[in-house]
Design a protein around this ligand. Structure first.
Ligand code: GLA
Length: 682
C-alpha cells in the first residue's frame, strides 16, 4: 500500500492488501520542537523534506550543488496490474527519479536516477527506504567467513545498524540481506519482513530507528567516491531491492523468497547429481584416474561430472595460468575430448571449472595485457591467491573472455560451467576511477552473452565457496557453491542460513570424504549423506579410495535423493525452532501438504537425557499422516535402551499433533540425522 501527496511515495503498509486503507488513521501528529510538517519515510527519503536519517539520494554536481534534491511526482503509470511506475523530478537539481514497484511473491523496488542537467552529477548513493512498522523491533543480518558462510546474527532494532561490504564481491563475511520482525519472531511465529539486494558487488545495508520512532531499512550499492559520474542525460540504476513479508515467521518469509527465485531462475525443477573433482584430485589431472573416477561416478548414479581447476594453460598449481584459457598440452595432450567423450559415453553430462575474472601475473595473458587488470596505476597491486582481477568493465576484456569460452563451448559438449571468483577486489580502478561497479555489470553482461550464445548451458556461481550468493547472480546462474566446507556438522548450520534466502535446488551440497579437508574432522558417511541430501546433491570425494560398502552407501544416498528430488527441489522449505541447542529440525513439504520429508538432526550431545520432540510445520492440521523413518542412509545412530513406541508400529498421526506436539525422537548419538517421510494417510 503506497501513499503520496505529490512527492516521493511512501510505503503505508507491506503485506497483503488491507480491505481498505485509511491514511487518516495513521497520519502523524506534530510534536513540540520538531519541524512544522511531519517528515515521511519516503521510498527515497529526502533531507530536503526534513528527513534526518540516511537520505536515499546522496550525490552532487562538481561544484557541490544539487546535493539535497526534493522530488515532485510527475506521473504514475500502471503498465500491468502488478506494476506501478512513479516518475518524479526535481527541476532545480535537474534530476529525474523513476521508481518501479512490482509485486509477485515479493515486492521488487527498482530505482533509477537520471541527470537532466548540463553538467556532470556524481552519484554517491541511491538507496530505497523500506519503511518498517514500529512494532518491528528485531533484526537479523548475516555474518560469516570462508568455510562458515550464512550465519544469522540477531539483534534488536535500535539506533543505527550498518552492514557494509567492500570486498568487491558478495562476500563470505556478510550478505546483502536482512530480516526484521516483531519482537521475538521465530521460524513459525511473528510478522517478518525480509529484504535482499540483487547485487554481486559492494553494498550497504542500513537499518535505522529514528528519533521520531520510525524504522526503515535501506539496501543499496556501496559506491566509492566518484565511482559513478553521470554525464548529462545519463542514468544510474540501483540494484533491485526485493522485499518479502510473512505473518508466519521467518520460514514464511523464506518461502516467499524461494517462490520468487523459482519464478526467475534460468532453470527450474530437479537438478542432476554432480561429481566435482576438486577435493578428489586437486591439480593432479591424469586421464586414466579421471576416467576411472567417472566410471565409478556413473556406477553410483552421478549424472554430471565436473572437471575442476587445473586443466588449462600453465595451471599446475594455484600460482600460475589463470587467464590462459586453452587446454593444457602438458596434462591433456589430446585435448579434453578423451575425458569429455568418456563421461558422455557413460551417460553423464560434462562440466568444467573456470575463473574468467582472474589472471595470474605468471600467465601469457598478463604478459600480453598487464593493463587489463582492475588495479590502480602507480601502486603495487595487492595479490590474493597469487592472482589479480581482470577488469570486466572493459569491453575488450569481455570480448576476449567471450571468445575463449565460446570456443571451448563450441568445441566440447560442455553442459555446465562452475564460474569461480577467488579473491576480493582491492583498489580496483578503471582509468583511475573506482571500477567495481563497472566490473560487476561486466560480469553480468558476459554471463548473459554466453548464455544467449549457448542457451542449454548451466552455470554455478562460486567464490571460494559461498562468497557470491545473491539474487543478482542467481538471476543468471543455476546453482551456488554454498561453501568450500564439506564438513557435515558445519554444513548443517551453513545450509540452514542459506535456506533463509535461497531455494534448496540451487544449494550445492556435496558428500565429501570421511575426513573433511577444511576442518580435519571425521564424520560417518550416513551423516554426510543425510546432510547433503537436502540440496543440489553432489559428491566431492575420490570414490576410487572408497571401498565397495561405501560406494554402495553413496549409491543408496543418490537413489534416495533421486526418488525424493521432485519434493526436495520443488517443495516448501520449513525450518522448525527446536528447544535443544544441540539439535535442529528442518524439512520440505510439497505444495498440497500431502508429502513431506523432515530431518531431526542431533548435532551434539543434549543437556537432557531425552531429546525434545521434533515438531513439524507446514502440514495440514486436519489431515492424518503416515510416518516412515528412512533407514536408507544409516544416518541415525541410536543409542537408547528402548525406542519410542511409534517407531516400532505403524502409526497415523494428525497434522496438528505433528505440528503442535511433535514426534519423540529416539536417543541418538551426536552427528545423527533421523529422516521422517510423511504421507497423507487419507
Ligand atoms: C575455489 C573453489 C573450490 C575449487 C577451487 C579451485 O576455492 O571454491 O571449489 O574450485 O577454487 O581452485
Amino acid at each position: 500500500m503506497l501513499v503520496h501527496d505529490g512527492g516521493v511515495p511512501e510505503i503505508g503498509s507491506l503485506g497483503p492488501a488491507l480491505h481498505e486503507y485509511e491514511p487518516a488513521a495513521v497520519s502523524p501528529p506534530v510534536a513540540n520542537a520538531t519541524l512544522d510538517t511531519p517528515v515521511p519515510v519516503a521510498l527515497v527519503a529526502e533531507e530536503a523534506s526534513g528527513f534526518t536519517g540516511r537520505p536515499g539520494v546522496a550525490g552532487a554536481r562538481l561544484d557541490g550543488s544539487a546535493w539535497s534534491p526534493r522530488f515532485g511526482l510527475t506521473a504514475v503509470e500502471r503498465p500491468d496490474a502488478a506494476t506501478a511506475v512513479f516518475r518524479l523530478d526535481d527541476r532545480v537539481a535537474e534530476l529525474e527519479l523513476t521508481l518501479t514497484l512490482h509485486v509477485d511473491d515479493v515486492l521488487r523496488v527498482t530505482a533509477e536516477l537520471r541527470n537532466t542537467g548540463s553538467s556532470p552529477y556524481v552519484v554517491h548513493r541511491l538507496a530505497p527506504s523500506i519503511a518498517m512498522p514500529t512494532h518491528c523491533t528485531d533484526v537479523m543480518t548475516f555474518g560469516g567467513r570462508w568455510c562458515r558462510e550464512f550465519q544469522p546474527r540477531r539483534t534488536s532494532f535500535e539506533g543505527s545498524i550498518l552492514v557494509e561490504n567492500r570486498t568487491g564481491r558478495t562476500s563470505h563475511a556478510q550478505l546483502p540481506a536482512l530480516f526484521a520482525g516483531s519482537s521475538g519472531f521465530s521460524e513459525r511465529s511473528g510478522e517478518v519482513w525480509g529484504a535482499q539486494l540483487a547485487w554481486s558487488g559492494n553494498y550497504t545495508i542500513a537499518a535505522e530507528h529514528l528519533p521520531d520512532g520510525h524504522r526503515h531499512v535501506q539496501l543499496a550499492e556501496l559506491l566509492a567516491p566518484g565511482e559513478v559520474e553521470l554525464a548529462p542525460g545519463d542514468s544510474y540504476a540501483a540494484p533491485d531491492v526485493l522485499v518479502a513479508w510473512s505473518d508466519r515467521g521467518l520460514s514464511g518469509a523464506s518461502q516467499a523468497f524461494h517462490a520468487h527465485a523459482r519464478r526467475h531462475l534460468p532453470s527450474s525443477g530437479p537438478r542432476p547429481v554432480i561429481l566435482n573433482t576438486w577435493e578428489a584430485v586437486y591439480f593432479d589431472h591424469r586421464l586414466d584416474t579421471l576416467q576411472q573416477l567417472a566410471d565409478v561416478a556413473a556406477d553410483v548414479g552421478v549424472e554430471r561430472f565436473v572437471l575442476d581447476d587445473g586443466w588449462f594453460g600453465g595451471r599446475r598449481d594455484d600460482t600460475a595460468g589463470l587467464g590462459d584459457w586453452w587446454v593444457s598440452d602438458a596434462v591433456w595432450p589430446s585435448g579434453l575430448a578423451p575425458i569429455v567423450d568418456h563421461v558422455r559415453s557413460l551417460g553423464m553430462e560434462f562440466g568444467l571449472w573456470v575463473e574468467p575474472e582472474m589472471v595470474n601475473p605468471d600467465s601469457d595473458l598478463y604478459r600480453a595485457h598487464p593493463e587489463w587488470t582492475l588495479t590502480t596505476t602507480g601502486y603495487e597491486p595487492v595479490l590474493g591467491r597469487q592472482q589479480l582481477v581482470l577488469d570486466l568493465g572493459r569491453p575488450e576484456v569481455r570480448d576476449f573472455l567471450f571468445g575463449a569460452f565460446d570456443a571451448l563451448l563450441r568445441e566440447y559438449e560442455i553442459a555446465y560451467l562452475k564460474w569461480d571468483m577467488n579473491r576480493d577486489i582491492v583498489q580496483g580502478s578503471r582509468h583511475g576511477r573506482a571500477g567495481t561497479h563497472g566490473h560487476v555489470l561486466g560480469v553480468y553482461e558476459l554471463i548473459d552473452r554466453l548464455r544467449a550464445a549457448h542457451p542449454q548451458l548451466e552455470i554455478e556461481s562460486c567464490a571460494s565457496g559461498g562468497g557470491r550468493a545473491d539474487l543478482g547472480i542467481l538471476g543468471r546462474t543455476d546453482r551456488i557453491w554454498t561453501s568450500d566446507c564439506n564438513d557435515a556438522l558445519e554444513r548443517q548450520l551453513i545450509q540452514r542460513g542459506f535456506s533463509m534466502l535461497f531455494p534448496p535446488e540451487v544449494m550445492g551440497a556435496h558428500i565429501g570424504p570421511e575426513r573433511a579437508h577444511t576442518t580435519g574432522r571425521r564424520q560417518d558417511l550416513g551423516f554426510r549423506a543425510a546432510t547433503a541430501l537436502f540440496g543440489h546433491l553432489g559428491v566431492e570425494w575420490n570414490l576410487l579410495d572408497a571401498d565397495a560398502d561405501q560406494r554402495k552407501q553413496v549409491a543408496a544416498a543418490i537413489d534416495l535423493h533421486k526418488r525424493l528430488r521432485p519434493l526436495l527441489h520443488g517443495g516448501r522449505v520449513v525450518r522448525v525452532s527446536h528447544p535443544d541447542p544441540a539439535a535442529i529440525v528442518h524439512g520440505v513439504v510439497d505444495d498440497t501438504a500431502s508429502h513431506a520429508l523432515f530431518a531431526y538432526v542431533q548435532l551434539g550431545p543434549s543437556a537432557a537425557t531425552l531429546p525434545a520432540p521434533a515438531r513439524f510445520d507446514g502440514l495440514d492440521p486436519a489431515r492424518r499422516y503416515s510416518v516412515a523413518v528412512l533407514g536408507d542412509l544409516d544416518s541415525a545412530k541410536e543409542f537408547g535402551r528402548r525406542r519410542p513406541q511409534w517407531m516400532s508400529e505403524e502409526v497415523v498421526i494428525s497434522g496438528d499433533q505433528l505440528m503442535r506436539r511433535g514426534l519423540q525422537p529416539p536417543v541418538l548419538h551426536p552427528e545423527s540425522v533421523l529422516l521422517f517421510e510423511l504421507r497423507d494417510a487419507a
